[in-house]
Every structure is written in structure tokens, then in C-alpha cells.
Ligand binder design. Structure first.
Ligand code: GTP
Length: 243
């Protein structure tokens, strides 16, 4: 289709500069179609964060091509490229200010309604409303007055308020309980149709209902498919499932 938010990895290899030349990603080829949710799973150090970092051009592929909406990312103005996407990093970054300012960060023109919808999708609205000052509550330095899972949900709300074509969640629900994580995914399906979502996770439960799951092992793509097909065919996926 001509929907936006397609991502293609074509024979992508990558090594960090000064990384002793060892390949962190080795000949990776797969596509995320517009509107798909693609899970990325693999043990620590398997290359998951490095892989998604190539999409906004935090780094460039050493070999091969990454395309967004069919265009080689190296041929796009990085600013325009990054406007299409929102990335929730592993370590959430909240600043001293109100909850509202934190959610609207980078998208100051967002209305209160847009902000609240983003918070609802991220399953943050209810706990925000339970605090005495609601959206005007102060977030302490580094978000100290919120739990790890609450901070992650505020970060997801911040990403959603930007209405991205592509949403990248880098282990962003690791501190969120499985039931709440499921609600976030359901809300995304309902309200953010057409959004392409890349979901890095350690837990199988986080990715098992994705349209497809990419399994990385030491920089190699060792499996791609649905939960059911990977359980049948992919040894690394079976091992993660059993651990
Ligand atoms: P977890 O986040 O721990 O689950 O790992 P991951 O699967 O996301 O792997 P990641 O892409 O973070 O790392 C892949 C490999 O690249 C590992 O061997 C890291 O040590 C290495 N690496 C990650 N970041 C850097 C960096 O900034 N510089 C260098 N030289 N190596 C890095």
C-alpha cells in the first residue's frame, strides 16, 4: 500500500567506530510494513538498540541500506526524517517541570485534549489524575517522585503526543506490569491505526502478539515470523521462551 511508515533493512551491517571493527549487526534484511507492529527480541548485546538506532540515523549502516518510506535514510534531511518518528529510549528522561510540560516536550503546540489522549493511550492518565495536582504536578529531578513504570508510561505519552508515523519502543515497558502493557498495546491498536511500531523487548509476552517478531543473536537475524512459527522453527526464540 502507499501508507506511510514503511521501513526496509537491506543487507545492513554495522560496527561502531572505535569498536575494534567487530560487527554489531551482520547482513540484516527485513521490512516493517506500514501499520505493522514488529517485535525485536534477543539477549543482551545482540544488537537490538543498535538496529533501531539506524532508523533515525543516530548511526549509519557500515554496509547495506536502511529505507524509510522507500527512501535511503542517508538521502533525507535528518530533521525531516526524525519528525516522522518517536523513540522512547531505554532510560527515560524526565525533567524538572510539570507532568504536562514533560508530556508536551518537543510538541508545545499540542492541545490539552491531544495530551490527555496520549496519556490515556500510554495508561498514564489514571495515575496522573490520582495525584493532587494532576497534569500540573511537579516532576522532581529525574522523575524521582514516580515509579519506574510510571516514568516509562510518561515517556510513551510524550512519544505519542507527537503523532509519529513510526514509534520505536526500546525496552520501554520493562518496568510496566504485563496487564498494563497489554492495555497500552490495545490502546495503540485502537487509536493509532496505521502507526508502524517497533517494539524491543526482553520478555516474550511483550512481543508475542506482534505481527512479526525479529530474533537477533550476536548481531545476526536468526528468525523472523509470528510467535507460533518461531516457537516451531527458531531455536534461539525457544530458548528465550523457556528461560
Ligand atoms: P540490551 O540493550 O542490553 O538488551 O542489548 P542490545 O541487544 O540492545 O544490544 P546493543 O545494540 O545495545 O549492543 C550491541 C553490541 O554493541 C554490544 O556488544 C555492545 O557492547 C556494543 N555497543 C553498544 N553501544 C555501543 C557504543 O556506543 N560504542 C561501541 N563501541 N559499542 C557499543
Amino acid at each position: 500500500g502507499d501508507g506511510k511508515g514503511r521501513i526496509d533493512f537491506e543487507h545492513v551491517s554495522f560496527s561502531y567506530e572505535g569498536g575494534h571493527g567487530e560487527s554489531v549487526l551482520k547482513d540484516i534484511t527485513f521490512s516493517c510494513l506500514p501499520g505493522e507492529t514488529v517485535g525485536i527480541i534477543g539477549s543482551t548485546g545482540s544488537g537490538k538498540s543498535s538496529l533501531v538506532g539506524l532508523i533515525p540515523r543516530f548511526y549509519d549502516a557500515t554496509k547495506g541500506t536502511v529505507r524509510v518510506d522507500g527512501v535511503d535514510v542517508r538521502e533525507v534531511d535528518p530533521k525531516l526524517l526524525r519528525e516522522k518518528m518517536a523513540i522512547v529510549p531505554q532510560k527515560t528522561v524526565l525533567f524538572t517541570g510539570t507532568v504536562k510540560e514533560n508530556i508536551r516536550w518537543g510538541k508545545d503546540e499540542a492541545t490539552d485534549e491531544e495530551m490527555e489522549l496520549a496519556a490515556r493511550m500510554a495508561q498514564a492518565h489514571d495515575f496522573i489524575e490520582r495525584t493532587p495536582d494532576g497534569y500540573q504536578a511537579r516532576v522532581g529531578q529525574g522523575g524521582i517522585n514516580f515509579s519506574g513504570g510510571q516514568k516509562q508510561r510518561l515517556s510513551i505519552a510524550r512519544a505519542l503526543v507527537r503523532k509519529p508515523e513510526i514509534l520505536i519502543l526500546d525496552d520501554s515497558t520493562s518496568a510496566v506490569d504485563v496487564a498494563t502493557e497489554t492495555k497500552i498495546k490495545e490502546a495503540l491498536r485502537e487509536y493509532a491505526q496505521g502507526l508502524t511500531c517497533l517494539l524491543i523487548a526482553q520478555r516474550i509476552t511483550s512481543v508475542m502478539d506482534a505481527d512479526k517478531i525479529v530474533v537477533l543473536d550476536q548481531g545476526e537475524l536468526v528468525g523472523i515470523g509470528t510467535h507460533e512459527s518461531l516457537l516451531k522453527d527458531c531455536r534461539v526464540y525457544q530458548e528465550i521462551f523457556q528461560s
